[in-house]
Design a protein around this ligand. Structure first.
Ligand SMILES: [Zn+2]
Length: 128
């Protein structure tokens, strides 16, 4: 059973138990104590069941945190050479990262991004 179905069933049970409890109170007011007691007990059981369902749906809704690969894009402003490599600790946008292998001028980090699932199969290539 999916988490959403469980949560929905939990709400339905809670509404049913509240309705049953209200009916039990009316029955008690009209003088039928034994029927009222059974109905109150049944409504308590339904409330417990709905609480358990809600708790289990909350547990089922937990999705483990997915790890993504973070990429750093290095651009040369002089000749436009782009290079994409894995993110390293200390990387930040506009950080200067040494000389361009093509024109010898300074390069900088132009973007840091999370690699898309679809792009994983074919990583962005160097622009030449
Ligand atoms: Zn360059």
């Amino acid at each position: 059973m999916s988490a959403r179905a469980r949560a929905f069933l939990g709400i339905v049970l809670l509404v049913a138990s509240i309705a049953l409890f209200a009916i039990a109170m009316f029955t008690a007011l009209s003088g039928d104590w034994s029927t009222s007691m059974y109905m109150t007990l049944a409504s308590l059981v339904l409330m417990t069941a709905s609480g358990l369902l809600a708790a289990s749906s909350a547990a089922a809704a937990f999705v483990p945190v997915r790890a993504f690969e973070v990429k750093t894009e290095i651009t040369c402003p002089s000749c436009g050479l782009r290079e994409v490599r894995s993110f390293k600790k200390g990387d930040y946008v506009f950080k200067e990262v040494g000389e361009c292998p093509r024109c010898g001028k300074g390069r900088y980090i132009s973007s840091i991004f999370r690699e898309e699932e679809a792009r994983k199969a074919k990583p962005p290539q160097e622009e030449l």
